[in-house]
Design a protein around this ligand. Structure first.
Ligand code: ZN
Ligand code: ZN
Length: 282
């Protein structure tokens, strides 16, 4: 079996970095990972400036080529996480100033798509935790702008949202239809079972966190499902998310127990990745 991780983070400053992660993942049958940028301050760039984001982009580029050197297929995503909005608000950055920075970052993302340095946008979206309505709407505005970028450049966009079941899936499908972004270019990341059900119902692709992918979750005959570890590569926060190498373990157990067939797992691990990330299957 071949395994993929549709959403993970790498942090060469604090953690393993892509080389080690890719080597280990490859050694147990990994073929594809999607590397998603972390907020600049996770890499130590605390200044709310475009320079911080340029440095994030440099890290992403370098890490992606290190993962490729290990023989993995890699897709690279850069975004502006909703938590970054809270972070800058807490730093006292005024929203009108912040909007200026956001536009600069979106321009950087756009240019990087054009030059092929990144393959898509993410993560962007809405806070999944309690925040102020003002910050929530700010984050959502950024998400809408990136949906437009995803439409214009025909690239995938990975959304981080609240886990609101019907309301979340309905809202995303409505926003996408307003700006005419094909749903096939959207990936709703970290979907719990209830949200995945509605996401699937509306035809939006999603990634299931491997630690939520239990017998109940796995037994559904999903069409647009992929699996993620959402690994954050931060030794100071162990166990916050799963490790990429948990994916084979979990899936093999589900096959052994007869919850899923090898064909179903192949579809999730290979076919869906090739189709939705538009990468060459192994
Ligand atoms: Zn997320
Ligand atoms: Zn993530």
């Amino acid at each position: 079996m071949l395994y993929s991780d549709a959403h993970l983070h790498v942090n060469p400053v604090k953690g393993f970095g892509a080389s080690k992660i890719a080597k280990k993942f490859k050694s147990i049958g990994g073929w594809f990972i999607s590397i998603v940028s972390l907020p600049p301050y996770h890499y130590g760039f605390t200044e709310p400036s475009i320079e911080s984001y340029r440095r994030v982009l440099e890290i992403l580029q370098r890490e992606a080529s290190r993962a490729r050197e290990q023989g993995l297929e890699v897709a690279v995503f850069m975004g502006l996480h909703p938590a970054e909005i809270d972070y800058y608000y807490k730093q006292g950055v005024k929203p009108d100033k912040l909007a200026g920075l956001v536009d600069q970052v979106l321009k950087l993302i756009e240019d990087s798509i054009k030059t092929g340095v990144i393959n898509g946008i993410g993560e962007v979206g809405r806070q999944h935790y309690g925040t102020s309505p003002e910050r929530f709407v700010f984050a959502e505005t950024i998400m809408v702008k990136t949906l437009i970028l995803a439409r214009d450049y025909d690239v995938p966009v990975q959304l981080h949202t609240e886990q609101g079941g019907f309301a979340t899936a309905y809202s995303i499908s409505q926003l996408a239809s307003l700006v005419k972004t094909p749903l096939s270019r959207i990936i709703l990341h970290h979907a719990n079972l209830e949200t995945a059900r509605w996401t699937e119902y509306f035809g939006i692709p999603f990634t299931a966190p491997v630690r939520h992918f239990d017998e109940k979750y796995a037994s559904h005959k999903w069409i647009n499902c992929m699996i993620e570890s959402d690994f954050i590569d931060d030794p100071e926060r162990p166990g916050v998310a799963a490790y990429p190498w948990e994916i084979p373990t979990v899936l093999n157990k589900l096959i052994e127990k007869g919850v899923v067939t090898e064909e179903q797992v192949y579809k999730i691990m290979v076919d869906n990745i090739a189709r939705l990330f538009r990468v060459k299957p192994p």
